[in-house]
Ligand binder design. Sequence first.
Ligand code: GLA
Length: 387
Amino acid sequence: MKFLPQLLSLALLTSCLTMTSCSSKKENESDDQKPGIEKTTYGQLPDGQTADLYTLRNAAGMTAQITNYGGIIVGLKTPDKDGKFEDVTLGQDSLSSYVKNNPYFGALIGRYGNRIAKGKFTLDGKTYDLFINNMGNHLHGGKVGFDKVLWTATPVEGDEPALKLAYTAKDGEEGYPGNLSVEVTYTLQKDNALKIDYKATTDKPTVVNLTNHTYFNLTGGAKRDILDHVVTLNADKLIAVDQTLIPTGELKPVAGTPFDFLKPSVVGSRINDSTDTQIKYGGGYDHGWVLNGSGDSLKLAATVYEPTSGRVMEVRTTEPAIQFYTGNFLDGSVTGREGFPYKKRYALCLETEHYPDSPNHPAFPTTELKPGQTYKSTTIYQFSTKK
Ligand code: GLA
């Protein structure tokens, strides 16, 4: 009996060797499995807490793997035009790699997505000091942002499986005022869309700007950089920035600039146009675009198409802006799950959010949240293909 597992794996290996379909079955492994959500242990954090890994699967075979450490999307497998499932995100190979050094791959970002100038803002006459972690500014929630904390997870079974994540940031955490109770729900829809719903309440006036920082590469398995991806952004205006990527306050029309993505445009065609000051400051694209259309309803913000795989991703959001970042800071120092270094521009991020540094720009849509109010936001990343 002791040898049963070995015998079983030997039998499996033999059948794999004799069945030609075995390896292709593995690529499309999600095909014949039922929709639902599965939990496994992901690993132990340095403080001894255990992080779990949840695999959400829909009837079409799409899977999303999410850990409650940082709410990180560890993997997202979608079919290409021939039905081959591959990962369309950058990710690491283990929990310890994420803990050691993660340039926000897949992570939830908060309490404030993107930058706050000099880590300072004033609310109701009181000035707050935040952790400085980026060119003299505060970025993505500080030293230990929402991407580095353990969230409480509740799996929700169904044809459209969901994972509810909850975290309460303490009054004073990273310098922000107010106990902030946050709930983020990832839902894998039947139509190959991953929906992210954000909710938050506070017990003192505070500022909130939540987003997700997934790095996408629609080639599948990050085969090469994203310069051939074709992007459309439903935005007439750019949130112009200074050298440290802090908004100047100017909302600049994109027409006639490398930032005009109103029509489908190849990412690499204008990305190195150093005659454009904004391109120079961003080292490529690392800017917020003001989305066309007003109000809180879901609107199409961006479409990405990758010609070789035929994959298409549409981004819909209730947020007023989108940060389009082309992985300019990736330098090969992080080796991802693909087993090779992720180099410059090996992915693009489409972070739906309010404008960066809004607390210091009264003219921008407000990011203040008061007791009694509920912060609500939804973003949907939907995948399809075209030949
Ligand atoms: C955002 C910022 C970038 C960079 C990345 C993470 O997109 O705007 O400048 O910090 O996150 O590296």
